[in-house]
Design a protein around this ligand. Structure first.
Ligand code: LLP
Length: 432
């Protein structure tokens, strides 16, 4: 579902006019649709109805407290990768008992916090880590629930920076030695083996790699259920979203009209292919979707400051930079760009680079992109920015973090204030 659409000549998120938001709250500005987030959670939940399951939202995709609170109220679990994320979940009203803790480099302080707060499970990524968790749990006089992350050596067919399931990636324990790893872990006194986990990568646009990985790993899950009494199998996250033509229509099923080949992976197709493989296991199935839940739910609004006509190109210089949204610079990520003022059907277009103010050539949102004609002062929406957008922002060039808004119907809630100069320098000390 997509909640960004033109209405009365201007782009809206649900019932809220984005130009009014930009004028009131300033730019750059992140705006999220509550209806889209809830719709995505509920659709995935419904698609998995046939198996006992827990959707553990990948907190890293968008960890604003309001977003976490929304999902906690829906009954979501959470996939976390740091002590900070665990504390966020609890602060937002989420349940530590529904958290899985992933990541290759958990520190002692994080392991202690997670054990104290009673998380559901650690997803351990190396034998050294399991031994360390066992040691810390022993010192605390508790048993640590652990799943091992298996690296199935499957090609996720996605960008190399977000592919994680091949042997050359740093993630998980090699498929070939996972049995020995479980055997050794089962002998540690302070570990309870609770599950098996995998995650092959992010932004997968076909169900085939998921099927390939589950077919490879499900027999192990069955084996470990018998041998060690594990209770869950986590198939990770990775469900891809549409970044191209994402404003085609506000219709919930707008993708059904798309041509073959550019159809996104729907959760219904994902579930239809995976559930038959998972159901016979009789295990609880965990999923860790991040991007799918929030990606299309968000847009970043930015204002055109200047137009510059170079000999080779026309640049639209906007007030958001790579520090606010780094996906184009880091992954060559494509984000559709739509003017907030609705262009007439026969409006002129121009081919431009949309660039930010940061002193780097990588600071762009689009290159050689044909967009409707705009002028300085106009605002643009950089679409599908709800996942890995704000959370990857930095203060580079001493630029404050943008504000964030959560739209619910006709109401816009400010869910993060824009930073000011005092926020920027808070914590810095000039030696006396
Ligand atoms: N589970 C694990 C173990 C993960 O590492 C990730 C993402 C997820 C779940 C959630 O994956 P998702 O459902 O969102 O695809 N910043 C990059 C994406 C990095 C993904 C990192 N891990 C981007 O903007 O494309």
């Amino acid at each position: 579902m997509h909640s960004f659409h033109y209405q009365n000549g201007s782009l809206h998120c649900e019932g809220v006019d984005l130009q009014t938001l930009a004028d009131t709250h300033g730019t750059p500005l992140y705006v999220y649709s509550q209806a889209t987030i809830l719709d995505h959670f509920r659709r995935l939940d419904a698609a998995l109805a046939e198996v006992d399951h827990l959707i553990c939202y990948a907190t890293k995709a968008n960890s604003n407290l309001a977003v976490l609170n929304l999902l906690a109220k829906e009954g979501a679990g959470f996939d976390i990768v740091s002590g900070g994320e665990l504390r966020r979940i609890q602060h937002a009203g989420g349940d530590a008992g529904k958290c899985t803790f992933a990541g290759v480099g958990k520190t002692r302080a994080e392991i202690e916090l997670a054990l104290r707060e009673g998380i559901y499970c650690f997803n351990a990524e190396s034998e050294a880590e399991i031994v360390f968790i066992d040691q810390v749990a022993g010192e605390m006089g508790v048993k640590a629930p652990v799943a091992l992350r298996v690296n199935p050596n499957v090609d996720a067919q996605t960008h190399k920076y977000i592919s994680t399931g091949k042997s050359e990636n740093k993630f998980g324990i090699d498929f070939d030695i996972i049995r020995e790893a479980y055997d050794r872990a089962s002998k540690l006194p302070n570990i309870t083996l609770r599950g098996l986990q995998m995650h092959i990568g992010s932004q997968l646009t076909s169900s085939n790699p998921f099927v390939e990985a589950v077919e490879k790993v499900a027999p192990l899950a069955a084996e470990f259920k018998d041998a060690y009494g594990i209770e869950f199998f986590s198939v990770g996250g990775g469900i891809g979203i549409v970044y191209q033509d994402s404003l085609a229509s506000g219709d919930a099923d707008w993708w059904s009209s798309k041509e073959d080949g550019e159809k996104p992976l729907t959760v219904e197709e994902y579930a239809a292919r995976l559930v038959p493989l998972l159901k016979p296991l009789g295990l609880r199935i965990l999923l860790e979707p991040g991007r799918y839940m929030v990606g299309n739910a968000g847009a970043m609004i930015t204002r055109i400051l200047y137009e510059k006509h170079g000999s080779a190109k026309t640049f639209k210089i906007v007030d958001a930079g790579m520090n606010d949204l780094i996906r184009p610079a880091l992954y060559q990520g494509h984000h559709d760009i739509a003017p907030l003022r609705q262009p007439a059907d026969d409006a002129a277009t121009e081919t431009v680079d949309v660039v930010g103010p940061v002193c780097e050539s990588g600071d762009f949102f689009a290159q050689n992109r044909e967009i409707p004609a705009t002028e300085a002062g106009d605002c643009l929406a950089v679409l599908s920015s709800g996942a890995y957008g704000f959370v990857m922002a930095s203060n580079y060039n001493s630029r404050p973090f943008p504000a964030e808004i959560l739209v619910d119907g006709d109401t816009a809630h400010v869910i993060r204030k824009r930073q000011d100069f005092s926020d920027l320098v808070a914590g810095e000390i000039i030696p006396s």
